[in-house]
Design a binder for this molecule. Structure first.
Ligand SMILES: [Zn+2]
Length: 259
């Protein structure tokens, strides 16, 4: 979605015009200039936390379809206890989903990762460490993180992943550069469930259904217990609403792996 990018550029151009004209006619005071600069910084920051803003890089956030098709994606796994339960639930309903894996969680959970592939799910790169200060990494460090995880996944599955979802959905010039250099397709979401933020299952479920529409990509996390009842309810109600679940690579029309 490039609307955000257009709005940002419009604000920037207007600010420059106001500053230039204001300065020329000496009608702008320091506070107004500071306010304009602050507004621009706020818009830049918002753009880095809103992955679909398209401000720094193009991310695929929903499928281009009017058909009642949606995808489920999970971040931050694999988890030794929770991921197999999620996989059981998906298998029970014959749903293919996407798992954006954290490299540091793979050791010891190799069989779970293999199971994802064997059961028809797709895997994407969610960085190796997912550290809180990921947004401050240089492009080189982001590249190392992505390559380290890509190699680990390849060792376990024999597949080289081509999809990347940045930790925390962050985007900035360094993350964008690393993704571009490694030829990754960046994948976001259109339905952020906030399943790890709220502790109220009903609230999380309601949030998903408020945002549910054709082409939607749901973001869940497979590293916490609450996801099981939430996922069960979301699957059942979404199917009752006449929706089909399709694999994210199909919905977004992208290749999950390199040739
Ligand atoms: Zn994450």
């Amino acid at each position: 979605m490039l609307a955000y990018r257009k709005i940002f550029l419009l604000i920037l151009i207007l600010s420059v015009l106001i500053l230039a004209l204001g300065w020329g006619f000496s009608i702008l005071n320091t506070w107004l200039i500071l306010l304009l600069i602050l507004v621009n910084i706020a818009v830049l920051l918002a753009g880095s936390f809103y992955i679909c803003s398209g401000l720094y890089m193009q991310a695929l956030c929903s499928g281009n379809t009017d058909a009642k098709k949606v995808s489920i994606t999970f971040d931050d796994g694999p988890d030794r206890i929770i991921t197999p339960r999620v996989l059981d639930l998906l298998k029970q309903h014959n749903i293919k989903a996407g798992f954006f894996l954290m490299g540091k969680n793979i050791a010891g959970n190799e069989e779970i990762v293999k199971r994802m592939i064997n059961e028809g799910h797709i895997i994407g790169n969610h960085s190796y460490s997912h550290v809180n200060f990921f947004g401050f990494f240089s492009a080189g460090k982001v590249k190392d993180e992505l390559q380290k995880n890509e190699t680990l996944i390849d060792k376990v599955t024999g597949k080289r992943v081509a999809l990347f979802r940045p930790p925390f959905g962050l985007s900035n010039p360094n993350i964008a550069r690393a993704a571009r250099l490694l030829d990754y397709t960046v994948v976001g979401w259109s339905i952020r469930s906030l399943d790890t933020v709220s502790s109220n299952n009903d609230k999380t479920i309601k949030r998903v259904f408020r945002r549910l529409k054709p082409g939607g990509v749901i973001l869940f996390h497979d590293n916490h217990e609450r996801i099981i009842p939430i996922l069960e309810e979301v699957i059942n109600r979404t199917m009752e609403d006449g929706y089909d679940f399709v694999s994210p690579d199909v919905l977004l029309n992208v290749k999950a792996y390199r040739q």
